[in-house]
Design a protein around this ligand. Sequence first.
Ligand SMILES: [Cu+2]
Length: 480
Amino acid sequence: MTLGEAMKRGNFLRAGAGMLAVASIPRLTRRALASDVVDVTLRSSPVGFSPGPSLHFSGLAYNGTIPGPLLRVVHGQRVRVRYVSGVNVPTSIHWHGMLLPNDMDGAAGVTQPAVRRGGSFVYDFAPGPPGTRWYHDHAFSLASARGLFGMFVVEDPNDEPADREFALVFHDVPRWRSMEAAMQGVSAAPMSDPMGSGQSMQMMHARMGDEVAYAAHCINGATYPNGKKLAVHLGDRVRLRLLNASPTQTRYVRLAGHELVVTHADGNPLAQALTVDALRIGGGERYDAFFEVRKAGAFLLQGISSDPLESQQAVMLYTEGMENAPAQTESPMLDGLRLFTYEAAGGVGAQTKPAMEARATYDLVLGGGGWGSSRWTIEGKIWPSTPKLRVRHGEVVTVRFRNTSEMDHPMHLHGHIFMLTEVNEMPLLRPLAKDGSLVSANGTATWRFTADSSPGRWLLHCHNEIHMNDGMMTELVYIT
Ligand SMILES: [Cu+2]
């Protein structure tokens, strides 16, 4: 039986669902043919979600699991995903970070009608480019915040092999009342960034009103120590695929006792790998990081934040025989650590500064979000009144964001990979290929890309669910 046949017979999804509990990804055979079509059915339904004892929530799930099944193909294969809705809210599936035909993008009300309960939609495309991508609901009903998301790995046949590979989805369970309050700008939840992340106390107060409080922080559907422990061997070179699927929060992640070599940002290879102690992962972002198991023991891969519940967001790795050893942990502070930032990965240097973009095609001011305000704006407007970005096919487009608000915005562009060329007035020596980037509070960011995707309407929005639903969204429109 070929891999394609195995997948067609349904082993693909069973393997995917199993791997979520296990997190480990077995390597696929290389015999897969480019002509293979992987058939997948995703069914959404309400579920009781229990990431740990005495933690019970009502959520929405693809195929009964939160996160949804890990989808994995070899680059060159096609997928045909039949989505069937079993939930009462409008839904759709967006394939985040993929370059695909516009009508497959899954933006409800923009590229397709929303799918209603009992209805279905078939997504048929060749997943790419290779790398760590993901999929989630995109119908503006907050359904992704309730559990409709999963990782999608497009395996790159040219990647250097790892001894072991783990797919880890960081996700959070919001307190719904605080989510609703945040939509109105009157939430009392505090900011959760850890000490040393560069956010001042002053900002902590300024930001109150739009932060969301969380009832649980999870990795792959479980809180620590209820998740599956991950077995590694001394000397292993381990690849981590990390996704921050949080509706609103930036995640800081650290592996106790080890440094991480970051190789990919949003699934795309970095020009130069970066060795760090901790990663900063904005909402919707993915990072691939390698580490070498240098000593026997048990150690935690942990989310770091000032939220007291953040200790739930950890998973234990252990070498042979150390499964029940006390796990090594690290302090929840970032002070003095080498942190993955765009500036660190892309390099900033006064001497060899490349010329700043002479003139951006589009200058976009991000604003809004005052106390009691339910408006997050682009150029002072909220969706759908925001100014559209009109581009011609083949045109090189630069978009410069200036954030005048007190919160970071993880801005995301559908259907394109852009180069992040400037951050906070500093040009990057090695621009980063990404599909989203944090535009920091009162900071700037510049994207450059060629408008060579399939013609149509491509959304550009903040990936913070509150901000997107409160209006911080526009679109890129191809004109002829
Ligand atoms: Cu935002």
